[in-house]
Design a binder for this molecule. Structure first.
Ligand code: GDD
Ligand code: MG
Length: 398
């Protein structure tokens, strides 16, 4: 893969936010020495290097009642050496959608000779393991894991840690194009190969996010991401005194982290999760508030924003869904101790303009799940390690 080199990096305390890097070539050919002139502007990430990272990476796919055909396409796009972890919150009552997902995954693993894990978010054993791991606040009053994409992501991270993976990447189950999924994951690996710090994050920016309205229009920005980015940038600008537009991936559902970083970040519930990750990094490592993780601060946290070549096509879930996503994301910025009155005002203005909030209302503080720390992983593992096989997709072949 050929990818633009980091041309510009903005620093916020010990956080390094790299400006968007474009993918230039999906396949960069055989390994040859790069002429020095090219190396100044372009990183050629060799196939073997990408494979080394893929081997150490788990791809977590959160899914809730998506079309089976889409799910089938998504898993086919995950490079062979990655471990697939599916966390499903799909219906099990009238139609057992989870079972259909599990069967699809089993068949896929059988014929492609690969390993995958699949678990239901409401699994009773999982709930017990989370309680043991001091994650009782992720459970509802019936003792089951709460609904939410973010909750699914945390479960995926714990399963990845249990499987000894060093990197985790997220891919939504409603992606239409397997080729896009493939590219996202290659980009995760390319990003990690460029990282100097073991605490790294890669966020995907879509080149286009087309809309269908009679004919296809290749939109670049959705309204939710544009607004979220604006508010995140406002927060950084006011803190530093220099206006910036460095954040372009505030809502990136498609993103990846080194396990070292994943273990020290808290995660907001639901759709606040992606902007909250950035907020948590700024709070912890931005230098304005006291730091807890000295070693990580010494290495610094590196954020890569990589622009894919494939357009992003996914299920459209309607205006209410978008308003809710905007509200949840902006609420995470609004309630940060870093958020000053000017950015707060801006958030309220945006939410009113997009009718995600009524006059006089304030965004509700999102629930924050604590970091999947080493200790939590240890306790989760104590309970789950012997049972891990029962979540293997291959075991389910009947
Ligand atoms: N396990 C689990 N549990 N998965 C869920 C849940 C849940 O409660 N709710 C949704 N999902 C799955 C969906 O099936 C999908 O695969 C993925 O999480 C994303 O959810 P969508 O509902 O499709 O969100 P979206 O497409 O509107 O938004 C996505 O992109 C945004 C950026 O544009 C999400 O990834 C957002 O988090 C992201 O900010
Ligand atoms: Mg979606």
């Amino acid at each position: 893969m050929r990818i633009e080199r980091q041309r510009y990096t903005e620093r916020f305390g010990s956080v390094r936010i790299n400006d968007v890097q474009k993918v230039l070539e999906l396949d960069s050919g055989r390994k040859v020495d790069l002429p020095l002139k090219e190396a100044i502007a372009v990183s050629k990430v060799e196939e073997a290097v990408i494979k080394d990272f893929e081997e150490k990476m788990a791809i977590i796919i959160p899914i809730k009642n998506e079309k089976l055909k889409l799910f089938e396409g998504v898993i086919s796009g995950v490079p062979h050496d990655c471990l697939i972890i599916v966390v499903s919150n799909s219906e099990r009552k009238q139609v057992d959608r989870f079972r259909m997902e599990r069967d699809t995954l089993s068949q896929f693993c059988h014929f492609t000779q690969r390993q995958a894990l699949i678990i239901h978010q409401k699994d009773q054993i999982l709930a017990e393991a989370l309680a043991q791991a001091d994650y009782a606040d992720m459970l509802d009053k019936d003792g089951k894991v709460k609904d939410g994409k973010s909750e699914g992501m945390i479960i995926g991270m714990l399963m990845a840690a249990l499987s000894q993976k060093k990197y985790i990447g997220f891919v939504d189950a409603d992606n239409y194009f397997p080729g896009a999924v493939w590219e996202y994951i290659k980009s995760y690996a390319a990003g990690f190969s460029m990282a100097k710090s073991p605490y790294a994050m890669v966020r995907i920016l879509w080149r286009y996010k087309p809309k269908m309205s009679g004919e296809v229009y290749f939109n670049k920005w959705g309204r939710v991401s544009e607004t979220t980015n604006k508010c995140l940038n406002s927060l950084i600008s006011i803190k530093s005194g220099f206006e910036t537009d460095i954040v372009k991936t505030g809502n990136a559902g498609e993103h990846a982290m080194s396990m070292k970083l994943a273990q020290i970040l808290p995660y907001a519930s639901g759709y606040a999760v992606e902007p909250q990750e950035l907020i948590s990094i700024f709070e912890e490592f931005g230098g304005a508030l006291p730091m807890t993780y000295q070693t990580a601060a010494k290495h610094g946290v590196e954020i890569f924003q990589i622009e894919s070549r494939n357009p992003h096509f996914h299920e459209e879930k309607g205006l209410f869904h978008l308003q809710d996503m905007l509200l949840q994301g902006l609420a995470s910025i609004y309630h940060s101790p870093l958020c000053e009155p000017q950015t707060k005002q801006r958030i309220i203005k945006e939410l009113l303009a997009q009718e995600a909030l009524k006059p006089g209302e304030k965004p509700v503080k999102p629930h924050i799940n604590s970091a999947p720390s080493k200790e939590k992983i240890r306790n989760f593992a104590k309970f789950m390690a012997d049972r891990l096989d029962s979540y293997s997709a291959l075991e389910k072949i009947s």
